[in-house]
Design a protein around this ligand. Structure first.
Ligand code: ADP
Ligand code: ZN
Length: 721
């Protein structure tokens, strides 16, 4: 090849052609350095015929490529995935490529990673935790984090052991392979239902063809053990596996389970890795050496050499939807990646999205069901508590029947979980003297009081300020009052009612790192916690056999906004949190505090009838021509200048095309009309399934010119609006 088409890492540009100098070897996928004006940019060589719209220049005006990086080329399936993602989500291809090469700087990073290995010397002082850690770790070597995990202790304990000489650092080259998971290390005895499901997955993995699955089983049905068999089969076949998890807090329990089954932890990929760790992972992934990778959304765009299976666990989770930069849904991109790679994709969930169920109904996805809980554990009984007829006392939030149930649980030495999806102490803080409310200076949002840290915080942009002693408006002292409950306030009530109970508050404020999450799990498992008070973070993944009671403080919270997915989200959240109750031998009970006993979703929850919920919800979507039947796209126009944002939105709205099967609503101020200091307006596009809505929007926006400083982002299949 003497001429190469290169997609540079600069979102403003399309692909450009370069000359390949004599003696340089490139192929599609090669990562190269190319000149652009006075600058040098990294890019990837694409097929010469790709990107029809690429500008071409005559041979004599071509500039030379400067270098080829010492890294494996980006494989063809990943190049196709990048093209598809850019096309479908209306994003510049270079912006998608940037996600795939996010770790590229790591290639230039340090060539060694520091691991620790046991010296065999006894530490200066023995504690129970140290003994346990040393026993469990045995002769193993690893990163502090991995050793802590295997040892079942916090990072600090491992660091202490290093200091006291029981472990020594070893420099490991980033070319050192990761230990291989052993598919036959500790296979479980599967139930009959599990075996049948596993056999189906194993057959699909061995066939090495694309097949999307929905693994649909109630919470505690043993879905993980089932897809572990599919993973084992891929490993035996020498192929790689990607497991996507919705939340970094879930990584740790996953790694632990994986280690028990396969004898070693998988390679994890997340934002907390150091450059050198990234470099090592990247190389092992692109060479095919890393067999199993677990990660968040970003792991989808890594250059796997031989992907044989993708698993999306808790596939209904909204955190798979990326809301800034390239707006994409990792669940849907995962299915597309499976198609490109020619491998099966398993979406596992106890509460699949309506969209996913629909794919099953129209025959695109294969549904594998696990109807009962593993080991015959009963599904918890769900009881509705009508707050209108049986309200809590003034200034309290836990209604009398729930108080009584907690009394009983504590008496029996079991554990309870109180769920409220609101961080902080109170959602709204105001001055009782003048009525002043605290609003975020950057966003259209109220500041939320956090008593644990004595701060007011914006949950949208992260702006924080110390909770003031005097009202900034009227100067009255100690006049601030909290309105409504957050988890911290519920924890206060718990402390007042059950002063001897041991309580843990679980939110992203308290479980901000994998180590904190691991500590939390240990303390609940070890029986050091009686009552957990938490947000959605506690609804997923955890398995606490002694937890027998769940109280939902406000089941109506998610229904208030009234957006398209309000019922679905409420249903999923409550089923998931209910699923934490009674997972062991003792049966579980769930109390739903509600003012809407008659709402369809609440009735279905109390009846334990998910089919009824899905049928009703699907029907109402069909009538509204909402997803999965019709489709939406949002066009968000933002600028720091409020007039400019409004003006551009009006301009774009005015030039909306008239197309059969497509309606355009707005512009109107976006739900958060000011976010991080940018004023936001929105147009909403509603179209039929048959219409190529991307093509329509591409042409439409291509014809409008707006001022620089104004950003126009398209959100195809927006999650909420
Ligand atoms: P799900 O992911 O469907 O909620 P899990 O896979 O977490 O369910 O399984 C629930 C519990 O049952 C876990 O503690 C798991 O270890 C246990 N379990 C599931 N299947 C088996 C099995 N075949 N043998 C032993 N334990 C199992
Ligand atoms: Zn803010």
């Amino acid at each position: 090849m003497t001429r190469a088409r290169v997609l540079l890492l600069n979102a403003a540009l399309g692909p450009l052609d370069y000359r390949v100098p004599h003696g340089m070897q490139v192929e599609p996928g090669s990562i190269v350095v190319a000149p652009l004006g006075p600058r040098q940019l990294v890019g990837v060589v694409w097929e010469p015929e790709s990107f029809q719209e690429a500008e071409t220049v005559g041979d004599n005006r071509l500039r030379n490529l400067l270098a080829v990086l010492d890294a494996p080329p980006i494989p063809a399936p990943l190049r196709r995935l990048i093209e598809w993602t850019a096309d479908y989500y209306l994003a510049p291809p270079a912006a998608v490529l940037r996600m795939a090469l996010a770790s590229l700087s790591a290639l230039e990073g340090a060539r060694t990673v520091i691991e620790y290995r046991p010296t065999g010397d006894a530490p200066d002082r023995m504690t129970e935790q140290r003994t346990q850690a040393l026993e469990r770790i045995g002769g193993r070597q690893g990163l502090v984090r991995e050793l802590a995990l295997i040892g079942g202790v916090s990072d600090a304990v491992i660091r202490g052991l290093v200091k006291s000489g029981a472990f020594e650092p070893v420099e490991v080259s980033t070319d050192t392979p990761f230990p291989d998971p052993d598919p036959d290390f500790a296979p479980p005895a599967l139930s009959e239902e599990q075996s049948a499901a596993a056999a189906r997955f194993v057959a699909a993995v061995d066939a090495q063809t694309f097949e999307p699955f929905l693994l649909d089983g109630v919470t505690g049905s043993g879905k993980t053990e089932v897809y572990f068999e599919a993973i084992a089969s891929a490993i035996r076949g020498g192929r790689q596996v990607l497991v996507l998890l919705p939340e970094i807090a879930l990584t740790e329990p996953f790694l632990e389970r994986f280690e028990k089954r396969f004898g070693t932890v998988p390679v994890s990929w997340h934002s907390g890795l150091r450059q050198s760790e990234r470099r090592r992972a990247w190389r092992a992934i692109s060479s095919g050496q890393a067999k199993v990778v677990v990660g968040a959304r970003s792991a989808l765009f890594l250059p796997y050499a031989a992907l044989g299976l993708i698993v999306v666990d808790e596939a209904h989770e909204t955190s798979f939807k990326q809301e800034d930069g390239v707006h994409y849904h990792a669940r849907d991109v995962a299915v597309m990646r499976g198609l490109q790679e020619g491998c099966p994709v398993i979406l596992a969930s106890a509460t699949p999205a309506i969209e996913t169920r629909h794919q099953v109904e129209i025959g695109r996805y294969t549904e594998i069901k696990l109807p009962g809980r593993y080991g015959g554990a009963e599904m918890p009984e769900i009881v509705g508590l009508d707050l209108l007829s049986d309200p809590p006392e003034r200034g309290r939030w836990i209604a009398p029947p729930l108080v009584k149930a907690i009394d009983e649980v504590l008496e029996k030495g079991e554990q309870a979980l109180l769920f409220l999806n609101r961080r902080g102490y109170a959602p709204l803080t105001l001055c009782r003297h003048c009525g002043h409310r605290f609003q975020c200076p950057n966003c259209t949002a109220w500041m939320v009081e956090h008593r644990l840290t004595s701060r007011l915080a914006c949950h949208h942009c992260g702006h924080v300020l110390p909770t003031p002693k005097v009202c900034p408006e009227c100067r009255e002292e100690d006049s601030l009052v909290a309105c409504g409950p957050g988890v911290e306030r519920i924890a206060d009530e718990v402390a007042a009612r059950w002063p001897t109970a041991r309580t843990a508050i679980v939110t992203s404020d308290t479980l901000w790192s994998p180590a904190k999450a691991a500590e939390f799990v240990k303390s609940v498992e070890g029986g050091d916690i009686d009552i957990i008070v938490g947000t959605q973070l506690v609804t997923k993944g955890y398995h606490f056999p002694n937890l027998t009671l769940v109280g939902v403080i406000d089941a109506d919270l998610g229904l208030e906004g009234g957006d398209l997915r309000a019922s679905e989200r409420t249903f999923q959240q409550i089923v998931q949190v209910s699923g934490r109750a009674g997972r062991g031998e003792k049966p579980g009970r769930v109390f739903l505090q509600t003012r809407m006993m008659e709402a369809g979703v609440i009735k279905a929850l109390i009846a334990g009838d998910s089919e009824r919920f899905y049928a009703a919800e699907t029907e109402s979507r069909r009538r509204a021509n909402a997803p999965p039947f019709g489709r939406f796209a949002a066009i968000i126009i933002s600028s720091e200048d409020s007039r400019e944002a409004a003006e551009t939105a009006r301009l774009i709205g005015k030039s909306a095309p008239q197309i059969d099967g497509m309606s355009v609503y707005g512009p109107a101020p976006a739900p958060l009309s000011v976010l991080r200091g940018r004023h936001r307006h929105r147009l909403l596009v509603h179209a039929t399934r048959q219409l190529d809505v991307q093509a329509a929007i591409r042409e439409w926006l291509g014809n409008v010119v707006w001022k620089s400083g104004t950003r126009v982002a398209v959100d195809v299949d927006p999650y909420s609006f």
